[in-house]
Design a protein around this ligand. Structure first.
Ligand code: TZP
Ligand code: MG
Length: 215
């Protein structure tokens, strides 16, 4: 089965247990997969490592069955243990070259960036794609940096040399505009996992994004 990479498909979903309206992770991720989402990141800041490992085993199975790319946030060890497709790190996490030395040449490494200098550096560090954001203010991430707005997104869309994923405060009402600024892959947390009807929400988000891509 061909591997889908971040940047190659419209929606990149990220889990958040606290925003999932009390529904079990399996239900949320099954709904995302059923709606055709093909990139999923496991992002969990509260659980103990053993519990995270169990959840990632489950998500590895669900994403594999759906033919989706599975990425683990922060936890390189767990990504390796469950044979995830990738791992995503921030500027304050383990440096990308150190992650690469652990995971080998095949695993996808994503790096969050907020500035042109960080985007320029990402390829030489060995990242395969970059996160670009937060585009807008968001309450989902606790230690989030100030919104970068469209200026940095425009810069990456014109000058970037890696696949990129826009993130931060992206909703169905603003995703067309984000797409108009050059994003071809958008990462959403609360807008997807917090939807009462996830399938309909994915359809709505996708439709809005396509409008931005053509308009
Ligand atoms: N990294 C930058 S912003 C963000 C992360 C993980 C959270 C985005 O969440 P939401 O709910 O889509 O604004
Ligand atoms: Mg991190």
């Amino acid at each position: 089965m061909p591997r889908i990479l971040p940047g190659e498909t419209d929606i990149y979903a990220i889990t958040d247990a606290g925003l999932s309206l009390g529904r079990p992770l399996e239900e949320v991720v099954s709904a995302l997969m059923g709606a055709g989402v093909r990139i999923l990141q496991y992002r969990e800041k509260k659980l103990k490592s053993g519990a995270m490992l169990e959840e990632c085993r489950l998500l590895r199975r669900l994403t594999r069955e759906a033919g989706a790319c599975f990425i683990v946030n922060d936890h390189v060890d767990i990504a390796m243990l469950v044979q995830a497709d990738g791992v995503h790190v921030g500027q304050e996490d383990l440096p990308v070259p150190a992650v690469r030395s652990l995971v080998g040449p095949e695993m996808i490494i994503g790096l969050s960036t907020h500035l042109p200098e960080q985007a320029r550096e990402a390829r030489s560090l060995g990242a395969d794609y970059i996160g670009v954001g937060p585009i807008f203010a968001t309450n989902t991430k606790e230690d989030v940096v100030d919104p970068v707005g469209y200026e940095y997104l425009d810069w990456v869309a014109r000058n970037g040399d890696l696949p990129f994923v826009a993130i931060g405060g992206i909703k169905r009402h603003n995703i067309a505009e984000v797409a108009r600024h050059g994003a071809r892959c958008c990462s959403l947390v609360s807008e997807l996992v917090g939807a009462p009807d996830i399938r309909t929400r994915v359809e709505d988000v996708r439709k809005a994004m396509r409008e931005g891509m053509v308009g």
